[in-house]
Design a protein around this ligand. Structure first.
Ligand SMILES: C[S@@+](CC[C@H](N)C(=O)[O-])C[C@H]1O[C@@H](n2cnc3c(N)ncnc32)[C@H](O)[C@@H]1O
Length: 193
């Protein structure tokens, strides 16, 4: 007989971010298993590496990334948010990250390459996915969230998600896997050059 797993308590920095979600009635923050997955992947980022989040929200995903880095100051974390108020909110926290206000699609070409990219905004995922893929360094990992087709009802939305899925799974430079947990994810690694 197996014992049901007891989820580990979320780190304090995440609990604080979740309180911001509740305080603002912000319902789009990432949940389990996305958050812990981000922490796991952030912990594996090479010394001197870089992490990018597209769509900061109130900083819950950002907080999981920071928790995974566990105080390391050799990794740069950049997060991009279209909503100025949200960007300012997260900028006002103690999270050791750079919060950029703007459209991910407009900013991506100037951001450089990253070892871990969390694509969690429509910009950079439904539009500009090629720019997001280009921002993944060789050997880097891309996490694309909200890929469960059952979440979408309009033909347009279903077509957009299907196109993202097909691009990621069929991309010659990526090795991709679908992770049908939570809101649905596709994880991709860019093959080393
Ligand atoms: C799903 S929420 C992000 C949740 C956050 N990543 C987390 O893990 O808690 C999506 C966010 O993307 C932002 N957003 C939407 N379009 C965007 C764009 N084109 N560029 C940057 N951010 C965008 C929204 O304002 C929203 O805050």
């Amino acid at each position: 007989m197996t014992t049901p797993a007891v989820p580990a308590p979320a780190p304090d920095v995440v609990l604080e971010a979740e309180r911001r979600s509740v305080g603002r009635s912000f319902s789009q923050s990432c949940a389990t298993p996305t958050g812990p997955l981000l922490a796991v992947l952030a912990a594996a980022v090479r010394p001197g590496g870089r992490v990018l989040e597209l769509g900061t929200g109130v900083g819950v995903g950002t907080a999981w990334i920071v928790a995974g880095l566990a105080g390391r100051d050799d990794v740069e974390v950049v997060t991009v948010e279209l909503d100025e108020e949200l960007a300012d909110l997260v900028r006002g926290t103690d999270l050791p990250v750079t919060v950029l206000h703007g459209d991910a699609v407009a900013l991506l070409p100037g951001l450089g390459a990253f070892d871990l990219v969390f694509a969690d905004a429509l910009g950079g995922k439904w539009t500009g996915l090629d720019l997001t893929i280009a921002a993944v360094a060789p050997g880097g990992v891309l996490v694309v969230d909200d890929m469960d087709l059952a979440r979408y009802h309009s033909p347009e939305d279903r077509a957009a998600v299907t196109a993202v899925r097909e691009t990621l799974l069929g991309h010659p430079d990526l090795v991709s896997a679908e992770l049908a947990a939570g809101t649905g994810h596709i994880l991709s690694t860019r093959r080393p050059a």
